[in-house]
Design a protein. Structure first.
Length: 327
């Protein structure tokens, strides 16, 4: 063994922060980040979400402020979720022009203008009294085609309230095509669709159901969301169908437990790929950090870098504003 052995020394490029920064293969950018925001009708003060420390249900005023802060930090986009004061079986507030989500879309758009992309989650679960993502049949199944009509109407209401992009998340078959046709007919041919194309029936959504007050009153979403153990081909098929129906960008959700799916989707399509770092991913890191078991700030960055490295162009994360400030 010569004195020079080993000749190959990968550690040479890791020696200083400047070297590591220069050779980094994955760079997060504030514009890649999309901040989900919850706005609740009829509350005077923001309400903390117990299972998501640091996340609140916003008032009309506080959501404007949060949007302003995100814009100032350089965040790429916002996605709004509405929680109405009154829910019913068909989720009437979801496409009411005066419904909380439409009101908030108008407020937020007036606040931030074009400085970031304002979008809306297009679904029914926050608006129905039974907590399901669609219209139910008498036997309690989600009626796919009756739900499509509702989604189409909701998307038009959101676009006319200023949503610059709509994001259907209900996993009904044909939802992208139905929404595309309705937007085009209503004069919103330029409003893009970010489709939650690959969405698993995941326990990682647990805290979201507190935040959006949308836990199903009975049953679950496993007849429409994908089985975590389902074949990978199912994810690719969902993507192809959504693209054929006119999706402009596609999403994989959750993120961290599905990095392999993100990579496969990234390799398969030309459109932007988004990944949603969901409520449970957020809650796990915050909870472990609160116990002093992990380094919160490093873990947040590491989790986002992993999602980006897997192939996501866009990342929905509840830490968007904080991280954008840090970048
Ligand atoms: C449905 C929707 C859900 C999430 C985003 N959109 C809940 C569900 O499908 O049950 C979950 C987001 C998260 O967990 O952070 N409107």
């Amino acid at each position: 063994m010569s004195a020079q052995y080993p000749v190959a020394r990968p550690r040479r490029l890791r020696r200083t922060p400047a070297l590591r920064r220069m050779v980094a293969g994955t760079r997060l950018h504030a514009a890649d980040l999309i901040l989900p925001l919850f706005v609740k009708e009829g509350i005077a003060e923001p309400q903390p979400v117990a299972s998501m420390p640091g996340v609140v249900q916003h008032t009309r005023d506080s959501v404007r402020k949060a949007a302003h802060e995100a814009a100032e930090a350089g965040v790429g986009g916002l996605i709004l979720f509405g929680i109405p004061a009154v829910k019913d079986a068909r989720g009437s507030a979801a496409d009411d022009p005066d419904g909380i989500l439409q009101v908030a879309l108008r407020d937020v758009s007036a606040e931030v203008g074009d400085s970031l992309v304002v979008m809306a989650d297009t679904c029914l679960d926050e608006f129905t009294d039974h907590g399901h993502c669609g219209i139910l049949t008498p036997s309690g199944d989600v009626d796919n085609d009756a739900t499509l009509e509702r989604y189409a109407s909701i998307a038009v209401a959101q676009a006319s309230a200023g949503s610059q992009m709509v994001a259907p998340s209900g996993m009904m078959d044909g939802q992208v095509g139905a929404i595309r046709a309705a937007l085009d007919d209503a004069g919103y041919g330029n409003t893009p669709i970010l489709s939650y194309a690959v969405k698993y029936a995941s326990a990682f959504y647990g805290p979201f159901r507190d935040a959006a007050e949308c836990a199903p009153q009975f049953g679950d979403r496993s007849t429409h969301q994908q089985d975590p153990a389902g074949p990978l081909g199912e994810a690719l098929r969902e993507i192809r169908l959504d693209l054929a129906e006119g999706a402009d960008a596609v999403m994989v959700k959750p993120a961290m437990a599905y990095l392999d799916v993100i990579t496969r989707v990234r390799d398969e399509v030309e459109v932007p790929v988004a990944a949603y770092q969901v409520s449970g991913e957020y809650a796990m890191i915050e909870a472990a950090a609160a116990n002093g078991w992990v380094d919160r700030d490093r873990l947040i960055m590491e989790s986002l870098v992993a999602i980006k490295r897997a192939g996501a162009d866009l990342i929905l994360t509840y830490w968007a504003t904080e991280v954008a400030r840090r970048l």
